[in-house]
Structures are given as C-alpha cells and as structure tokens.
Design a protein around this ligand. Sequence first.
Ligand code: FAD
Length: 389
Amino acid sequence: MLSFENTAVAFSNKSNKELKMAQKLFWLVKNRSLVKTGSFFINLVNTINLPLAWALKKNVFQHFCGGETLEECKPTISRLGQLNIKTILDYAAEGAGDEKAFDDAKDRIISTIELAKKEPNIGFAVFKFTGIARFELLEKISAQSILSNPELEEFERVKNRADEICQKGFENSVPVMIDAEESWIQYAIDDLVEDLIHTYNKAKPIVYQTIQLYRIDKLYYLKKLFTKYKENKCIPGFKLVRGAYMEKERKRAEKLEYSSPIYPEKSGTDSAFNEALKFCINNIEYLSVCIGSHNEESNLEALHAINATNIEKDHERIHFSQLMGMSDHISNNLASHGYNVSKYVPYGPLKLAMPYLIRRAQENTSVAGQTNRELFLINKELKRRSNQN
Ligand SMILES: Cc1cc2nc3c(=O)[nH]c(=O)nc-3n(C[C@H](O)[C@H](O)[C@H](O)COP(=O)(O)OP(=O)(O)OC[C@H]3O[C@@H](n4cnc5c(N)ncnc54)[C@H](O)[C@@H]3O)c2cc1C
C-alpha cells in the first residue's frame, strides 16, 4: 500500500546531517520576512561578489541544485538512480541576456541530451525559452506587435536554437520538455512548441508542452490541442503543472487593469489540474503525460485514474516529477512502488541560478502548507532515527 507518510523510504537517501540542514532551511523559508530580506541579499550577491555566495552555495544551492557543472551533478544523478528515480538536468540560466549567452545555453542543453544518451538515469532534457531568447522579443510576439527586420532575424535565431535542441532529442530518442512561463510571453512559446511537436512527434512523444492549470483558459486549450494533434497524427507530450508565477501575474493584471488569467481561488486551479491529469490518463493511447506536482492529493488522484483504467503503473507514457529538494516523500514512495519518477535537477553557475532559487524560496512561503508538511516529515524521520538508536 503506497503511503506518502513512509518517511523511512522518503528520506532513505539523506544522512542525518543532510536532514538537519534541510530542517534549518525549511524553517528559514517558513519565515516570510526572512525570505523577503533573503531575496534582497541574494540579489546583492548577484551584483557584487560577497563571501556570502559561499554560504549560499553550501546551503540553499546544494539543497535545490545539482551543482554548477554537469560533472558536479553526477553524484546526484547516481544517488537518484539508486532509488529508481531519473534525473532531468535543468540548466538554470533564466533571462541570461545576450545572443552569446543564448547560444551558450543552447549548447549546454544539447550537452545534457548527449549525456542522457549515455546515462540511463537521465530521463528527459528540459529548457526554458527565456534561456535561449530575449524576454522582450517573446513579449512583443505574444502581443502580436509588428517586428522590425533585426527582430525578425533575431526570432529566426531563436527558432533555430529551439529546433537544434529538439532535433538532437529526436535523433537520440531523448524527450525534451519545454517549460511554461509568464502568460504575456507564453502565447509566443505555445505557438513555437506547437510547431516543434508537429515536426518531431510523428512517431513518438519527443517534445513535451507544459500546461499551466492555474490559468483559466488552459484546460480548454489542452483539450483543443489534443484534438488538433490527434487529427495531425502527432503523439504529444504534456507536462501538467499548476503554475509558478501567480503573484507576478496578479500584480501585472492589477497594474495594467486587465482581468487576471489565473483562477481567483486555489480550488479552481486544483480541480482544473485534477481534471487535466484524468483526461490525459484516459487518453494515454494518443499522448504521453508528465505530472509535475508536489500536491499529494493530485498524485493520488493520478494513481486512482491509472488503477481505474487498468493500465500498468510503469506505463512508458506516464511520468511523475518533482523538483530537487522538494517532496522527496512523494518521489521516493512513488518510485519504490514502481511508478516512473523523475526529479528536476537544476544546475548552472550560482549567479545565473539565483532567479530559480528565489522562486523556490518564495513559492515555499506562498504555499505555507507545503513547507509545514516538509518540516513535519523531516522532524518525524529524525525522531524515528533517534528512537532506533
Ligand atoms: C517537475 C516540475 C516542473 C515544473 N515546471 C514548471 C513550468 O514549466 N512552469 C511553471 O509555471 N511552473 C512549473 N512548475 C512549478 C509548478 O507550477 C507549481 O508552482 C509548483 O509545483 C507548486 O504546485 P503543486 O502542484 O506542487 O501543488 P500545490 O502546492 O498544491 O499548489 C500550489 C500552486 O497552486 C496554485 N495556487 C496557489 N494558491 C492559489 C490561489 N489562491 N488561486 C489560484 N491558484 C493558486 C499556484 O499555481 C501554486 O504554485 C513545475 C513543478 C514541477 C514539480
């Protein structure tokens, strides 16, 4: 019987020292004001080289990231592999800036595909469009503004980078997930991803499109896309997530006086997410799905849907995924029961990974229940271990 309460399985790969470090980290994250000032310090570290960078690397970075280089990630990959969990190497450079940085990010993503070809413990490659394209360009395209000639050329380079990555994934049979981002650039991203799916997903699910179910329009979009891909004889990959930019979305909508695209209540997001996962599992013959969530109920809902449709729990088209440093109790318990599980392992230079780390910390404060849950389970496991001695 699968239980997310089984902390012995949940933390089997963590030493007491690591658990105590995680306990401190989540305790700090629980404190909203500390995270706010923490973000401020992190931003400072970003601009001037403070020795604080070392301390950050030892604690926050080590908890949420694999390392600064692919080489540094190898121990994490094999540790997860021993638990039957695949790694998704996520080069965490967001909004890095110029054309050279975008080309560099593209090359690094391609290196992860090359590594995945040799390393069976890597399940997917992943990238974000803002790692290979200028935010303002994606924003302009999403707003359907007219592009200048240099911008049209710039856009061609973006398309070529994305195409090179997906083609590499296609040639090496390594599926590629494409993250979803802010709604005001997501229109451009969705169009680009749809084209990539039409090119590369004829025989198998190579490109995965991310659907953010906190957006009111996305459940309908998922169903519409499904019909379109099916008619065009493509096998889409869908990564289902709730969405990471809620506060930013709401603030912008308020400032620019348009109606927020996000459900006004969490229950709206939750039911859209659960309906989307059931829809995907019920149509697994025609698609592949990755359930990207730390929500216990949604993960259990997926298990019920798998049971109800009588498909194997390790069906090659059903995947579960969580982020490194979060919800090991879900990942490890699912993996120990034979489900396909992977962990997003961000890596990259400390400075470039900062926006990612800030988002994780802020997300944990905005979802107070989740941080409390992590702390409760860590405390429970530490107590269990001390009773054993
Ligand atoms: C493997 C993986 C990949 C991911 N990739 C992406 C990605 O590509 N793009 C992206 O945007 N995010 C991504 N995320 C983050 C994800 O979108 C969520 O922010 C995060 O997982 C928390 O949601 P949850 O399902 O784990 O569960 P929960 O903790 O139950 O839900 C929290 C989420 O619910 C929503 N929510 C909270 N309060 C409200 C409210 N009052 N009203 C409406 N909605 C509310 C928000 O989306 C919030 O993040 C990814 C997460 C994982 C695990």
